[in-house]
Design a protein around this ligand. Structure first.
Ligand SMILES: Cc1ncc(COP(=O)(O)O)c(C=O)c1O
Length: 284
């Protein structure tokens, strides 16, 4: 069945054919093409794009350098499997990602196919590397759509999924939906106090916690920039996830021990990564 590709038509067909579970839609925008900082819908209407593909299109759409690099690589081979082969571009990218993660310990990179993959690798590797079983994440967070990462997330659209028995979910300093009574002035301190002096002293001892997963700016949770976080290290790993992770060091006041990044570049190539210290990224 082929019909005219107008926005109205595609909205209707999308409603019928695409699973609702995949949708967090703010507008019925039907993407046609992108150029630089602009998107055009299928009817050719231009939009100035402040979404930047959930911050994954930092170089703009149709970037010539990105396109030719992908084209050149696909021209060489469509085989890139690291399980059975050694692959020069993968090594070179890993070396550059390692340079991006702060800290002068030895690190390795794990590649995945999606952001969910990267978060799930971190949530599997960290407990193995530390011998600690619990993880902490924040209410409103979105770490992915795999079984494990849905349990790690605490986004309202995922609360139907009962998973993550080892995950403690702490309140996030969201000034638009403050979790505590009494204004938002001391929201960050209140949230950290609740974590440190209540959760850590009652149901979740820090010595059992392998890592805290945090989006420095919650994105799917509503682009929530927390007032300010200054966290003291208590021997825990902080996992900075996705596109907002660059600012984690300054917002948290301590370096992330592992970093998950994702990109929406191309199918059949690694599109996410988790860079962590040797013992975490190297454990089997
Ligand atoms: C912080 C964060 N982690 C993980 C993911 C999941 O990434 P993907 O949709 O590529 O699996 C997202 C997606 O929005 C995200 O915002």
């Amino acid at each position: 069945m082929q019909t005219t590709a107008t926005a109205t038509d595609l909205v209707r067909r999308d409603e019928r054919a695409i699973a609702n579970a995949l949708k967090i839609r703010y507008t019925p925008f039907v993407v046609g093409e992108g150029e630089g900082g602009r998107l055009f819908d299928v009817d050719g209407r231009p939009y100035l794009d402040f979404g930047a593909a959930w911050a994954l299109a930092g170089l703009g759409y149709n970037n010539e350098q990105v396109r030719s690099a992908v084209k050149a690589e696909l021209g060489r081979t469509t085989f890139g499997g690291l399980i059975s082969g050694i692959n020069r571009p993968a090594i070179e990218l890993a070396e550059r990602l390692i340079d991006l993660v702060p800290g002068d310990w030895e690190k390795k990179v794990w590649y995945g196919l999606s952001g969910s993959d990267a978060s799930e690798a971190a949530m599997r590797l960290l407990p193995q590397a530390t011998g600690r079983n619990r993880l902490v994440s924040f209410i409103g967070s979105w770490h992915g759509t795999h079984d494990g990462t849905m349990g790690l997330s605490a986004h309202p659209s995922l609360t139907g999924v009962i998973a993550g028995a080892n995950v403690i979910k702490a309140p996030y300093p969201d000034p638009y939906h403050p979790p505590f009574l009494g204004g938002t002035e001391n929201l960050t301190d209140q949230c950290l106090h609740y974590l440190e002096h209540y959760l850590f002293r009652t149901i979740c001892e820090p010595r059992d916690v392998a890592a805290i997963f945090v989006e420095a700016v919650q994105s799917d949770g509503g682009d929530v920039v927390p007032p300010r976080i200054s966290c003291q290290s208590c021997g825990l790993s902080v996992i900075a996830t996705a596109s907002c992770s660059r600012s984690t060091r300054s917002r948290l006041g301590l370096p992330a021990r592992a970093r998950c990044l994702r990109t929406n570049m191309a199918p059949s190539r690694p599109t996410s990564s988790c860079s962590a210290n040797h013992s975490a990224a190297g454990c089997h």
